[in-house]
Design a binder for this molecule. Structure first.
Ligand code: SF4
Length: 360
């Protein structure tokens, strides 16, 4: 039986009227004192993979209605929104999806963002399937780095997990191509799920040791409403570190900056580092400075949000940049999200926007 997918239209919140205090306030902070430093922009809701924890095939099948073209933010709208966010203190932009490299002309968007926002940290998260061909063009357009999702090195396991029979070798070639093009250090994200790929943790660490790439092991999360999450499926990061450390001794390393999502661990023999992202067992909401703009221009203030705010409506209704900035500032100032700190089995069953719609 097909599982329920929440339509984003059901998730829209009313845009707040900017409070007088918000107008022209510069960089806003939210109700918990967190700045708006990072913006993740989903450029497509489509993907060529059907990973079971993100876009399971029984939901995202041939009959699934992806967004019509007219609903998708144009490159010009994305750049304008990004420029507005920059005025509010945003320092980093990550392009996501769906699979962002499926968006036609993505390198043109990168070039437009680079030109409009010189100096901003500009990155992209991809499944790596098209990276080998596109890495040089993305670098030339001004992209700084890429993060590649890779949940297994074992070809049979990888093909089963992406549920699209895509071979792991092509993703590994894409990672090497990205590094060769200068999109480095390449970060490799592995979502670890008990009984599915946790037996691969040490193999993945071994494969990338000494390569200059940084693997980040991510606890399996209850993203969206379709992935059937259970606490029993989570391998705590502490266990990941212990398992790898038994083979390759590790020591903790200092965070690169306040609010860094991954906890860093360095190999004692100098073969590089890994990261662990403990979204379930050690929530990091207190330093979360991330906003997400969906493919159709809805602003979400949390990965687990139940509603978004219609920024596209403002963009298309002729609002000037100051009005849009005031609205975003007001939304941010009202933000009180800390889902991972208060997650329970009950909240995990709740309605949330799909990750393929707003990026991870
Ligand atoms: S649960 Fe929400 S507030 Fe907490 S870290 Fe994740 S995105 Fe940020």
């Amino acid at each position: 039986m097909a599982r329920t997918v929440i339509e984003v239209k059901e998730l829209r919140g009313a845009l707040p009227i900017p409070a007088a205090a918000a107008r022209g306030a510069g960089a806003p902070v939210d109700a918990r004192g967190r700045a708006l430093r990072d913006l993740r922009i989903s450029v497509t809701d489509r993907c060529n993979f059907r990973c079971t924890y993100c876009m399971p095939k029984d939901v995202f099948d041939a009959g699934y209605q992806f967004l019509p073209h007219a609903e998708v933010l144009t490159f010009e709208e994305i750049v304008r929104a990004a420029r507005v966010f920059r005025t509010l203190g945003t320092e980093k932009i990550r392009l996501t999806g769906g699979e962002p490299l499926l968006r036609r002309g993505i390198e043109k968007l990168v070039a437009m963002l680079r030109e409009a926002l010189p100096g901003i940290d500009l990155t992209l998260t991809t499944n790596g399937s098209a990276l080998q061909a596109m890495a040089p063009r993305l670098k030339a357009a001004g992209l700084d780095r890429v993060t590649v999702s890779l949940d297994s090195l074992d070809d049979a396991t990888f093909r089963a997990m992406n549920d699209a029979d895509f071979p792991v070798a092509r993703v590994l070639e894409g990672i090497d191509a990205a590094a060769a093009a200068g999109l480095a250090p390449v970060k490799v994200n592995m979502v670890v799920k008990r009984g599915m790929n946790d037996h691969q943790v040490v193999d993945v660490a071994r494969h990338f040791r000494g390569s200059g790439h940084i693997v980040r092991f991510i606890e399996f999360m209850d993203v969206g409403s379709t992935n059937g999450w259970r606490m029993d499926d989570v391998i705590p990061s502490a266990e990941v570190v212990r398992r790898i450390g038994e083979h390759f001794p590790l020591e903790p390393a200092q965070a690169n900056y306040t609010g860094e999502v991954a906890e860093r661990w360095r190999y004692l023999d100098g073969a590089g580092e890994i990261g662990v992202i403990s979204s379930v067992t050690q929530a990091f909401c207190s330093t979360c400075t991330r906003a997400r703009l969906s493919t159709d221009g809805q602003l979400f203030t949390c990965l687990f949000a139940q509603r978004g705010y219609d920024i596209k409506g403002l963009l298309r209704a002729g609002a000037d940049d100051g009005r849009i900035a005031d609205s975003v500032a007001a939304i941010w100032q009202a933000r009180d999200d800390r889902y991972s700190e208060i997650r329970t089995a009950e909240t995990a069953r709740g309605r949330k926007v799909e990750m393929s719609f707003i990026g991870g």
